[in-house]
Design a protein around this ligand. Structure first.
Ligand SMILES: [Zn+2]
Length: 333
């Protein structure tokens, strides 16, 4: 039966594919290990404390409110999400940010595909501080304020994910209102990250922002807990110009700032490429440089136990001061 005669080369292809398939999980684990070691080989911080420049008492009060029962996990389209939105508008106004949405501070929008299109009342909250040099492109600071909301009768509080990022965003806005930056800063509390990153996407699709106006996106998502005091800075693999300022930041910070988690999945495995894991994705997709700050995954991630009690305030304070240094460095360069 000539028809079923399989040439030797095809047998070899089958063999290689079979062995490759069986070997894949092992190879993935090895890749992850190599990437971990590569990250940990980076220099240790030398400072033991960070200066106190941000109003951390107010910042903790903001985080506690955002992650409280009253806001019920800030689900997009849920009453808690709407409440968070209104509260952010009030805060932005109190800080004295210039309204930068399409309806005052708000940029309402409607997701158009998937489950998200059932969600009503989605909106980003946007405010800006003008830079002292109007010829410079802007820095866009982002943190998503939505979380999973109420699901099957349970509140997903989202203290770390991402009340921590939003409270840091507000603290930075307060600081820069008192200390004018060179670049214009856009403060964007984004909606719908958990359900398709619609908030970030709509910044561009509604043409509120054009890629050419932006020097850098600094995205903050999950900042408040890691037992090894690790904070990851993602993005310099794609945008090597960020490496120098980030290495300087590494020296200044008292947390263990590690550059990485941004090399392609075929090198490091999908779990360790975070290029597309949060709102910075939408900037990267439009060739806008980004740096994403966040902690490694933890046991409370996307669990009802992601509460204020389970975060680490001292680590969070140090991370926030590190982020202030980051903005100062990028503003100076
Ligand atoms: Zn998040």
């Amino acid at each position: 039966m000539k028809l079923f005669r399989i040439p030797l080369w095809l047998w070899l292809v089958f063999l290689v594919a079979g062995v490759g398939y069986a070997f894949h999980p092992f190879a993935l684990k090895q890749m992850m290990k190599i990437e971990q070691n590569r990250l940990l080989a980076q220099p240790q911080p030398t400072l033991s404390t960070m200066p106190q420049r941000l109003d951390f008492t107010k910042q903790m009060a903001d985080l506690t409110y955002l992650a409280s029962e009253a806001l019920a996990g800030r689900g997009t389209g849920q009453p808690g999400g709407a409440k968070a939105q209104q509260w952010l508008v009030t805060e932005f106004a109190q800080i004295g940010l210039a309204a930068a949405g399409t309806a005052g501070y708000l940029q309402p929008y409607q997701p158009t595909t998937g489950k998200a299109q059932l969600m009503k009342g989605a909106a980003n909250v946007l405010g800006r501080i003008e830079g002292t040099d109007p010829t410079l492109p802007m820095l866009v600071l982002t943190a998503h304020y939505d979380h999973l909301g109420v699901h099957q009768g349970q509140i997903y509080f989202g203290a770390d994910d991402n009340a921590s990022g939003v409270a840091a965003l507000l603290a930075l806005a307060r600081y820069f209102k008192q200390h004018p930056p060179r670049h214009t800063l856009l403060f964007a509390a984004l909606d719908n990250e958990e359900t398709g990153m619609w908030g970030a996407r709509m910044l561009f699709e509604q043409e509120l922002l054009k890629p050419a106006q932006i020097k850098l996106n600094i995205n903050m998502d999950m900042l408040s807990q890691n037992t090894d005091k690790q904070l990851i800075a993602v993005g310099s693999y794609h945008y090597p110009q960020l490496e120098k300022p980030l290495q300087q930041l590494q020296q200044q910070s008292s947390v263990r700032l590690l550059l990485g988690y941004d090399r392609p999945a075929w090198l490091v495995g999908t779990h360790q490429d975070w290029t597309f894991s949060s709102d910075h994705r939408e900037f990267h997709n439009r060739a806008v440089p980004f740096v994403y700050f966040g902690v490694p995954d933890h046991a409370h991630y996307h669990q009802p136990s992601d509460t204020v009690d389970n975060m680490d305030p001292e680590f969070y304070r140090e991370v926030s001061e590190t982020l202030l240094d980051a903005v100062l460095l990028f503003d100076a360069s």
